[in-house]
Write a protein that binds this ligand. Structure first.
Ligand code: HEM
Length: 335
């Protein structure tokens, strides 16, 4: 029922939340597949509708998969490659193992596209388009997706370990990881807003709920009950319940809105890294941005999220761009 409401609200509101974003610069273009695979956007949308209707978490899963792809040698589908004798796959890197999902959804979309336009649409593009549709299908903004990426012929295990931020990392370090990808503090705060949907495992928020949660949320008496419920899901002992999950936005967990920023302003962020954006002594700028995105009915957040997703999607692997390919299967380099 909730999902039906989201779909209806969205159908009415697409024009309100659709942003014309800058940065659609070459070499990616909006009409790259216009003559070679004109149905690609429709196919992805239809499949994503199906997947999100089946389980709204699939939206979160695809958005995160795209992020983890782009932060490792650019958006080149490298995260989708299975391990081979010649390279270690990114799937087993520490931020991804037992955590990143959605590979089968990409396979499914790729199979349909291959039957319609064989070896034309890259896996990197399919993932980028899927992430946009995922956002929109759970109530988030719409933006045009520039396409024309190529798939890499190798994966970057070490980069996956070093480039992707962890929830225990300090704010400055996370800012510098975004900076290294050409993304600003504003981009970082906006993109982290994706945590308005999806879930995290106990092992990723244990230190937070047995750490400074009660301090950051002290002014809000209701937080005590919330904290107690989190501790029930996630026991203190590191041997127990590490893979138990809970929503990062406990108010509207399946809706892409700006309520994650309200959560941070109440001091109830689930991940240390998220809460730091509002509470850290080094976070004067991020705190101001969190407050901005928490206001204006989410308009500022939606606008910046759209721009930042295009910017993140434009992180290209220059090597793949020249030397890359369109994989037949997203899991393997073409033979
Ligand atoms: C700023 C640094 C970030 C850190 C430290 C971080 C960390 C995490 C962690 C620890 C989880 C939970 C994973 C698990 O427990 O299995 C998670 C989930 C998620 N992240 Fe991030 N993240 C960051 C930025 C981003 C960005 C930029 C995006 C997308 C634009 C994103 C999208 C998501 C989504 C949608 C989920 C939920 C996935 C699911 O439900 O399976 N995150 N993130």
């Amino acid at each position: 029922m909730k999902l039906l409401v989201i779909f209806i609200v969205h159908a009415i509101c697409i024009p309100c939340f659709s942003f014309d974003v800058p940065g659609k610069d070459l070499p990616l273009t909006l009409d790259y597949y216009k003559s070679t695979c004109p149905t690609v956007f429709d196919v992805v949308k239809k499949e994503m509708e199906c997947m999100v209707k089946e389980d709204p978490r699939n939206a979160a899963i695809l958005i995160r998969l795209h992020f983890h792809d782009c932060f490792v040698q650019g958006c080149d589908g490298s995260v989708l490659l299975d391990e081979t004798e010649t390279f270690q796959g990114e799937k087993k890197a520490s931020p991804n193992i037992n955590s990143l999902k959605g590979y089968k959804i990409v396979d499914r979309i790729k199979n349909i596209i291959e039957s319609e336009c064989p070896v034309v649409v890259s896996c990197a593009d399919l993932l980028t388009i899927s992430a946009r549709d995922a956002t929109m299908l759970v109530g988030g903004p719409y933006w045009d997706v520039p396409v024309g990426r190529k798939d890499s012929k190798t994966a970057g295990y070490e980069f996956a370990t070093s480039n992707i931020p962890t929830p225990e990392e300090g704010l400055i370090s996370i800012i510098s990881k975004f900076h290294n990808q050409g993304l600003s503090v504003e981009d970082m705060v906006a993109l982290s807003g994706a945590h308005t949907i999806g879930k995290a495992q106990c092992r990723n928020f244990r230190s937070r709920i047995y750490g400074d949660f009660h301090l950051t949320s002290a002014l809000n008496p209701v937080s005590e009950t919330y904290l107690a419920s989190l501790r029930e899901i996630c026991p203190a002992s590191s041997g127990e319940g590490g893979s138990n999950v809970t929503a990062m936005d406990n108010v509207t967990p399946d809706l892409f809105d700006n309520s994650i920023y309200h959560t941070l302003m109440r001091g109830e962020g689930l991940l240390n890294s998220d809460q730091e954006m509002y509470t850290s002594m080094f976070g004067i700028q991020t705190r101001r941005i969190v407050s901005k995105y928490g206001g204006s009915g989410g308009f500022n957040f939606f606008e910046q999220f759209s721009k930042s997703m295009v910017k993140m999607g434009n992180i290209l692997n220059s090597e793949s761009f020249v030397d890359g390919e369109v994989r037949r299967s997203c899991r393997f380099v073409n033979t």
